[in-house]
Design a protein around this ligand. Structure first.
Ligand code: 13P
Length: 251
């Protein structure tokens, strides 16, 4: 198995440009040459250029937190995949549960955004995950299955193989309540099986699946030890250089 671990920091709606530059400079110093894990920073749009400059010449990559599905147009307040490439992004998070909850993101819009990302050479980090209510009523498998099938529908297999899926149980986001390694592994294995069925075993073997939800320096290692967990999408603990560095250097 040769999937390179990928750990991304989702800064959400935090950090002015000054604060973003400070954090990115600290991370450039602490993990900028670190080779065992691919590191991605996803600041808010306003700090993309600033962070891009701070990590220039390092191994750290830049990502955004959303994009529109159209290449351009009259969509006030939106940003296109091409614009993200223009500012130096390699990755874009799409379908995050906060966008599903507050901004009416759906599996169908995620699917269109993934296609837009591919058109511009951006790699999507496609987020899925069940709510607490869905888990408690035994619907985790059916919910995640519908999300994966809807988000990945009819996408080109070679592009899917190079993409990232992030499994983020909504009840674990920002709550301090991480999924156990067994709970996470079970859903990651399900996602890989679904990708194999929709595309091929080869695509499933290549695609990297991140876990997200209260990832901390204290729990990253046991999560990463699971066979189908290939990385992490980190919220709160990515906002401080010390904790994010410790997560990246979990080995
Ligand atoms: P926390 O790490 O703060 O739980 O957030 C997870 C997340 O939503 C990353 O996208």
């Amino acid at each position: 198995m040769s999937r390179k671990p990928i750990i991304a920091g989702n800064w959400k709606m935090f950090k002015t440009r000054r604060e973003a530059a400070d954090l990115a400079n600290a991370l450039a110093a602490s993990v900028g040459t670190y080779d065992r894990v691919e590191v991605v920073l996803c600041p808010p749009y306003t700090a993309l250029e600033t962070v891009g400059q701070a990590i220039r010449g390092t191994k750290i990559s830049l990502g955004a937190q959303n994009c529109h599905w159209a290449d351009q147009g009259a969509y006030t307040g939106e940003v296109s995949a091409g614009m993200l490439v223009d500012v130096g992004c390699k990755y874009v998070i799409i379908g995050h549960s906060e966008r599903r909850q507050y901004f009416a993101e759906t599996d169908a819009s995620v699917n269109k955004k993934a296609q837009a990302a591919y058109r511009h050479g951006l790699i999507p980090i496609i987020c899925v995950g069940e709510t607490l209510e869905e888990r408690q009523s035994g619907k985790t498998e059916s919910v995640v299955t519908a999300q994966v099938q809807g988000c990945l529908k009819d996408l080109p297999p070679d592009k899917v193989a190079a993409s990232i899926i992030a499994y983020e149980p909504v009840w674990a986001i920002g709550t301090g309540q991480t999924a156990t390694k067994e709970q996470a592994q079970e859903v990651h294995a399900l996602i890989r099986k679904l990708v194999a069925e929709m595309f091929s075993p080869e695509v499933a073997e290549k695609i990297r699946i991140q876990y997200g939800g209260s990832v901390k320096p204290q729990n990253i290692r046991e999560l990463m030890d699971q066979p189908d967990i290939d990385g992490a999408l980190v919220g709160g603990a990515s906002l401080e250089a010390d904790s994010f560095t410790a997560i990246v250097r979990f080995e």
